[in-house]
Design a protein around this ligand. Sequence first.
Ligand code: ATP
Length: 380
Amino acid sequence: MIQIPGEIYLVGGAIRDRLLGRTEGDRDYVVVGSTPEAMLAAGFKQVGQEFPVFLHPETREEYALARTERKQGKGYHGFLCDFKPTVTLEEDLRRRDLTVNAIAEDANGRLIDPFNGLQDLKSRNLRHVSEAFVEDPLRVLRVARFQAELFEHQFRIAAETEELARQISASGELASLTAERVAMETMKALETSHPEQYFYTLATLHALEPLFPELAKSWQTAELTMLPGIRALKVAVELNLSAPQRWAALVHDQSQETILQLGGRLKLAKTFTHLSLKVKRFGPAITRVEHASAEEIASLLQQLDTFRNPKNLTQVVAVLAAIEARKTLSHYTPLTILEGALEAAMKVNNQQLIKQGLSGKALGEAIKDARIRAIQAILR
Ligand code: ATP
């Protein structure tokens, strides 16, 4: 058994989510009265570069030494971090963003709540812990993400917290956030039950323009709730689509250049941009597929690379269903037709053609013809 050198408290999201009756995510612990040396000697592995955060050798859960943070100068790296063993639990909780994230629980299950997080949980308030909230621009994104995450529990951002977040936006500090930070919060927001709230909140906090200038430009002319991208995003959630699919739904009416620019600037995982571009490129042909010939369908399946990777088909078509506001994928004609065509075309026996002595270009042509015939047969 590992002996943890110090007082241990569970903190943050795990407590918030449990009290709300939500599935608990990662468990984060704070250790009061310890040092990095004592943690390492007890067998913990240090993971934080800038902060003293350690991984439990058995549970792999995160244990951070209690710390205070003070802003020093401009930019995201301008933090002075103090993790002396004399730092108290309350001091550690004070540096946190929202009161609902600043509740701790001791080893006996007793809650420690110096900033009235319990009251805010009850009254569904996202409220800053202290005026130091303005010191970290990431908190604007976090507040927007929590609004998306907790919207189904009727949470609202406190007016004073909105005011502080707007101060951050006005200060120009959002520009100091790295692409990775912005992308990470955005990906987390996309996976929530109300990702549209993330974008609405950023707009309310005057952070949309600085963070997503590409989107803000084309969005400024319309009410956000009415935007085709936002509408498609909401249906994508109802269809339970993945984060890359939700992103593709959101940007479906943006230009190819904008999609590439956003993906590049935010350093998004390649699947996000690839899928978005596929939806743009093949969307028109897929949605009209009932009027297509067997040849055109075979070519579409080929271009979507569905023969090697059949999952590509539903991945793209489901986004188109969201764009067309279909609340279910069953009976979505393009999907039914293309799935049927793919199934038929996949039955073509390539080995048999090889046995007939075909190879190279001739084999390729023969496979293509056989697939077209197979598709033709089911279209009749
Ligand atoms: P989730 O796991 O749903 O993302 P979480 O609240 O656990 O929610 P983490 O990012 O894991 O979020 O952070 C753990 C805790 O650390 C938070 O609950 C909060 O108390 C604190 N925290 C994290 N990032 C910040 C920040 N930028 N400013 C202030 N406090 C923060």
